[in-house]
Design a protein around this ligand. Structure first.
Ligand code: SF4
Length: 343
């Protein structure tokens, strides 16, 4: 059974004083829920940190509930149209485990439940009427908490209205609840594989999460020809060192999952103690870049507060221009000159 209370948690690990007091002042709205799969791994500090609530979540002085201003861009119920060419549809508020770093705390675990048939229909019609939308992110919460029947309805509705829209399955479930990925679930996905392709967007934050079962779940998608891309969140005390992330990226790549983004923590209330200074993030990125191939290297990215959008963070190698020559620094710190073409 998943862990939903401190009492159950205390049977598995000795809670610290701060972990025991996590909801003392009633400020913490993200529920405690840890799947069986993750509960069996709580002895690993990087897993514990991501899933065991802590009173530090109530002391955040910078975060806001909606730093990406998603509510402002909610053009239909649960449908966020922030970027011109893509939308995000909040399929459900439920997850198999609630990550303490969740960037959508305003919505996740609020007991609003799965989208209704009417909400799904309206979202699909919206995409049908907005030809500029090329991609639909099915997110939440976690779409795979839906029953097989609801999932089938969700996919078939979007396919009926927007067959040329690429559907991205944004999920943490392959990592936290791999047993969800049954033959019957994959047969529903296969049945709906018409028109534009599906993409699997995973969130693995630490190499320990790439268990045999998790890899098997991802393989189910890959075997259907669905590419897998990973989005890691940079988290203090979890993966804020280059060696851990290099190992993660190498293992992702080996398992046919492309490391896609390394996200600087969003400015979400309750996550300050998990955020990493940007300068440290840049140092980590620099070391990763020297040891990983282009294929294995994710883009270190920050989603700017107040809905500022995504910006890539990396060391600037172009340091100036003299005459028609650009001056670059090499990763080793030497300089090189690159001339503009003459005509
Ligand atoms: S699985 Fe995603 S939506 Fe759910 S709690 Fe974790 S980060 Fe938030």
């Amino acid at each position: 059974m998943p862990v939903t209370s401190e009492k159950e948690l205390e049977k598995l690990i000795d809670l610290t004083e701060s972990e025991r007091r996590w909801k003392e002042d009633g400020k913490n709205t993200l529920p405690l829920l840890i799947s069986d799969h993750m509960a069996s791994m709580l002895s690993i500090p990087a897993i514990r940190k991501q899933f065991v609530p802590d009173a530090l979540e109530n002391t955040d002085t910078d975060g806001t509930m909606d730093p990406l201003l998603e509510e402002k861009h909610e053009n239909e119920s649960r449908l966020i149209h922030r970027y011109h060419n893509r939308v995000a549809f909040l399929v459900t508020d439920r997850c198999f485990s609630y990550c303490r770093h969740c960037f959508r705390r305003r919505f996740t675990g609020t007991l609003t439940g799965p989208a209704t048939g009417e909400e799904i229909e309206k979202a699909a019609v919206y995409v049908e009427n907005h030809r500029e939308v090329k991609e639909i992110l099915l997110t939440g919460g976690d779409m795979f908490t839906l029953s097989d029947e609801r999932l089938d309805h969700l996919l078939s509705t979007f396919k009926a209205h927007a067959p040329s829209g690429i559907l991205r399955f944004c999920t943490r479930a392959v990592a936290v609840c791999p047993e969800r990925f049954t033959d019957s679930l994959f047969s529903i996905i296969r049945k709906n594989q018409t028109g534009a392709p599906f993409y699997l967007m995973t969130q693995f934050n630490h190499p320990a999460e790439l268990t045999e079962d998790a890899v098997r779940a991802v393989n189910g998608f890959l075997d259907l020809g669905i590419p897998a891309m990973n989005q890691t969140v940079l988290l203090r005390g979890v993966n804020d060192d280059a060696d851990t992330l290099i190992e993660l990226c190498n293992r992702l790549l080996y398992n046919r999952i492309k490391p896609y983004y390394l996200f600087q923590g969003d400015l979400v209330r309750g996550t300050q103690h998990l955020r990493v200074p940007v300068e440290k993030g840049l140092e980590i990125e620099k070391k990763m870049r020297t040891e990983l191939s282009g294929l294995g290297m994710p883009q270190y990215t920050i989603d700017l507060p107040d809905g500022g959008g995504k910006v890539i963070l990396t060391e600037n190698h172009l340091i100036g221009k003299e005459g028609r020559e650009y001056i670059f620094t090499t990763p080793e710190g030497d300089t090189r000159r690159y001339p503009d073409p003459l005509n």
